[in-house]
Design a protein around this ligand. Structure first.
Ligand code: CMP
Length: 580
């Protein structure tokens, strides 16, 4: 039997080698991702032994980016993004322009045309989200001010790259390249058609954002609740992944937005749901696995020969990324009058390149704008800058200390005004998010506290049950249950009280108690009339939800059955066999 197992082989080799090299790197006090990259080089086409399928590797890497960006989105809210706009938007744009210009100057020196220079410059101007996030995570910085600024900055960069990717083919002929498949000597694009392309692209991004922000918050939390109500972990995880991958893919096919950006929005939308923490927990393992494959796939693309054949070019590229971009990042943040600490950290965060750079460089080569060597420099530059990123961070931390020691007053004072403005905005966002989380928590505790029966459930089960509860109410004198009818629900009394008409009088049930369980347990008709005594609020479980939940939580079933048996015994003093 012959089967194509290239995907399985790639994943197996990828995981095994990444595991081995990652462990070795960790023992050598190097970041584990250095090991992952090395694993990639080993299964790449340029080293002997197993050779992985490059296309598949690229797609696996893309899944890594999608899941990662989705995870970032889950920790972000729209107000978070707005809070950092004053630094992220001008900062990212300024940094892209400067880095691109420096890159173009270097490329001009190498004798490349304007088009080649532009592609090279853009490729080095955009940092890798995956690398940045790994580094921020490692340093526990994701949720700090610096982390928020850096992520906001990257979102702006991503948007700019989306624009660059769609514009390059239009501009290719003007810039001295050619569109593959087009007639020789295709007309250079005029200003009007370029403006049109930009306008259409921006309109698509805006349309996607509006759709995501208007429709998403209505649909996504609802889907999650439905999935959580089933009580099946599998279905819940599936819903989370379906939303992440579905939105990312849909965004890119329908709106031309990058997968990464689509996934980020999926995460932002989901972060509004009360179940977002469970979504984050559920998607984390996959996110980790695929981000490893991301680094493996970069390693696979790498051709070590370029280090021997073009050492100077590679060195220049690395210097541009590691030193040039660092300085540019620092300068831009300082020019925007934010403090030195933030400038140094943002600079360090951005002094590496990754996924977008490869895509841009690949496109540049395909359009005949950049020599194929350029892509190799970018790749080598990327790998080396990723490896160097941690030392750059460490250097940056030292520099920070040195600056504070050298200019204690100036460094403490510089940028204070802007920082406190940013801090205020972020604090406001955080405190309103905290307040919401607290309210939610309080609602849960209060509700659970009302029903002593539920205290025996663990926290997850309590949360699950609350999702199944449907609030209902009754006015004084209203018959809630009629003896002899079929039972389709059970009620927990949240406030008020009811009377159960039993043979020898009435039994009063107060808030915290429940009724209507007998018919659901036995399938028999209602055993008594139940009437509201005053204004009552109930949390009601439908028969279907009751059955499912009780099946999963036998301890609760036993408790409810126990009480139902007592009630039954009290109603029928001549004795009847117990309920099942
Ligand atoms: P069910 O038979 O579904 O509908 C009527 C409900 O009244 C019944 O479930 C019990 O929840 C409740 N009930 C019946 N008998 C008693 C009792 N002796 N004490 C308290 N509640 C009762």
């Amino acid at each position: 039997m012959h089967q194509d197992v290239s995907l399985i082989a790639l994943i197996a080799w990828g995981f095994v080698l990444a595991g081995v090299f990652g462990y070795a790197a960790d023992r050598l006090h190097l970041p584990a991702l250095v090991g992952y990259l090395l694993a990639g080089v080993f299964i790449g086409p340029l080293t002997p032994g197993f050779v992985g399928d490059m296309d598949l590797a690229g797609q696996l890497a893309e899944i890594g980016v999608i899941l990662l960006m989705f995870g970032v989105g889950l920790h972000f809210s729209a107000p978070d993004l707005l809070a950092v706009r004053r630094i992220a938007i001008p900062g990212a744009i300024g940094q892209i322009v400067l880095a691109t210009l420096v890159g173009m100057a270097v490329a001009w020196f190498w004798g490349w045309g304007i088009g080649g220079g532009l592609v090279f410059g853009l490729s080095i101007s955009v940092a890798s989200t995956v690398v940045l996030l790994k580094e921020l995570e490692e340093r526990n910085l994701v949720l700090t001010r610096i982390g928020r600024v850096a992520v906001g900055w990257l979102i702006v960069e991503d948007l700019a790259m989306v624009l660059a990717l769609v514009m390059l083919p239009t501009l290719a002929t003007t810039l001295g390249g050619q569109v593959p498949g087009a007639e020789h000597g295709a007309e250079p694009a005029d200003l009007a058609s370029m403006a049109l392309v930009v306008a259409i692209t921006l309109a698509k991004v805006v349309a996607f954002t509006l759709l995501a922000m208007l429709v998403g918050p209505r649909v996504v939390p609802w889907v999650l609740i439905q999935a959580a109500r089933t009580g099946s972990r599998e279905l819940f995880t599936l819903a989370v992944l379906a939303i992440a991958m579905g939105i990312a893919f849909g965004a890119s096919s329908a709106f031309g937005v990058s997968f990464a950006l689509g996934a980020f929005f999926a995460g932002v939308i989901m972060s509004e749901s009360q179940l977002s923490h469970r979504a984050a927990e559920n998607s984390l393992p996959l996110q980790n696995a695929f981000s490893v494959l991301f680094f493996v796939s970069i390693g696979m693309l790498f051709d070590p020969w370029v280090l021997v054949q073009h050492p100077l070019e590679v060195l220049t590229t690395v210097l541009l990324i590691v030193v040039g971009k660092y300085l540019i990042g620092v300068a831009v943040v300082l020019l925007l009058r934010y403090p030195v600490d933030m400038a140094l950290r943002v600079g360090a965060s951005l002094s590496q390149i990754g996924e977008f750079s490869f895509i841009l460089a690949g496109l540049g080569v395909a359009l005949g704008l950049m020599p194929a060597d350029g892509r190799d420099y970018i790749l080598a530059g990327s790998i080396l800058s990723i490896v160097l990123n941690r030392p750059v961070f460490a250097f940056s931390d030292r520099l920070q200390k040195w600056v504070h020691a050298r200019w204690p007053v100036a460094s403490a004072r510089f940028g204070k005004a802007r920082l406190s403005q940013l801090a205020d905005e972020l604090d406001r966002v955080k405190s309103s998010a905290d307040a919401r989380a607290r309210d939610e928590q309080q609602r849960v505790t209060e509700l659970i506290g009302k029903f002593p029966l539920l205290e025996r459930l663990d926290e997850d089960a309590q949360e699950e049950l609350l999702l199944l509860f449907r609030p209902s109410s009754a006015s004084p004198g209203q018959r809630v249950i009629r003896a002899g009818e079929r039972g389709d629900s059970m009620h927990f009394i949240a406030s008020g009280s009811v009377e159960v008409a039993v043979k020898n009088g009435v039994v009063r049930l107060e808030a915290g108690s429940f009724f209507g369980e007998m018919a659901l347990l036995t399938g028999e008709r209602r055993s008594a009339d139940v009437t509201a005594v005053d204004f009552c609020q109930f949390q009601t479980l439908t028969r279907r939800d009751f059955n499912q939940f009780m099946r999963r939580h036998p301890e609760l079933r036993a408790a409810v059955t126990g009480l139902a048996n007592e009630r039954r015994a009290a109603n029928l003093p001549d004795g009847q066999p117990d309920l099942a």
